[in-house]
Design a protein around this ligand. Structure first.
Ligand SMILES: [Zn+2]
Length: 280
């Protein structure tokens, strides 16, 4: 067989959904990413099938791609179920590694942002609703497959999962990776996608952008000083989307980068291949 036709055959095998596996053991063996609290996991399966993670459907795209994630407090085991066209179901357990999270104290925050006044309630409801709607997008785009890059140069100053004590008050855990950098420095798209939310002045988030990378995977960027994109824009990985700022609940200039799979919050650090969870 000539080299050319060998390459052709290989390409056909990896791109043709008909060759994506219908065997759950094989699908699990082919999983990529990290089965860990805050981790994202992806793979391929025959798109004629249905896939469920702990009973919730995981979309298999037309080319057989799927992705799912584990939240900060995910249990030690999850069940993956594959349902074939004829109704045969197979189950397989996946072990999910647990983690220890640090305590982070942040002082010097504007007091209103730690204990928001009642007068903020109505506006917060609208802002939270816009965030939820943006993160609920679930297209067949696969920008999440190409990997992620950090949105700014700077010092990692806050980590996913840490228990937060804000101005001395215990608050809910932190779900982002904070990167501290001087105000006005550029912020770049961590991966390509469609801008689903772009707003200059949310009460707690300041300038906020949400990028839909496909399959329910999104990046959220907080505290931006300027927002240089608008809703509906398509961006490529590395495109400038705005600048570093300290708007909202922030004690200094930084960008807070979050990754979601639908409503499940993932750890951005795991997706840029760094383990610096114990460093400042
Ligand atoms: Zn943060």
């Amino acid at each position: 067989m000539k080299l050319f036709s060998v390459i052709g055959t290989i390409l056909l095998l990896v791109t043709n959904p008909l060759f994506a596996s219908s065997d759950l053991t094989q699908i699990v063996e082919g999983l990529k990413g990290s089965a860990v609290q805050g981790g994202m996991v992806w793979g391929t399966a025959n798109p004629d099938h249905k896939l469920y993670l702990d009973g919730a459907e995981v979309k298999i795209g037309p080319n057989g791609n799927f992705v799912f994630g584990f939240g900060r407090d995910a249990g030690k085991q999850a069940t993956l179920r594959l349902l074939s066209l004829d109704g045969t179901a197979t189950d397989q357990l996946i072990s999910v590694a647990t983690r220890k999270f640090n305590i982070e104290r942040v002082d010097g925050l504007p007091p209103k942002t730690v204990t928001p006044p009642k007068s903020w309630l109505a506006r917060r409801k609208i802002e939270n609703g816009r965030v939820r709607t943006a993160r609920a997008e679930n297209t067949n785009a696969v920008a999440w497959l190409g990997g992620f890059q950090k949105p700014a140069e700077g010092r990692f100053s806050g980590f996913y999962g840490s228990q937060r004590i804000l101005n001395g008050k215990p608050r809910s855990p932190h779900y982002g990776l904070d990167i501290a950098a001087p105000s006005g420095q550029p912020i770049y798209a961590p991966a390509g996608g469609i801008i689903r939310l772009a707003a200059a002045d949310f009460l707690l988030e300041g300038g906020i952008v949400i990028i839909d990378h496909g399959f329910g995977v999104s990046s959220t960027l907080f505290h931006m000083n300027s927002v240089d994109v608008k809703e509906g824009d398509a961006v490529v990985q590395g495109a400038k989307i705005g600048t570093i700022g300290s708007k909202g609940r922030a004690s200094g200039p930084h960008v807070d980068w979050r990754i979601n799979w639908g409503t499940v919050r993932l750890d951005p650090l795991l997706l840029i291949g760094k383990d610096e969870t114990t460093k400042d």
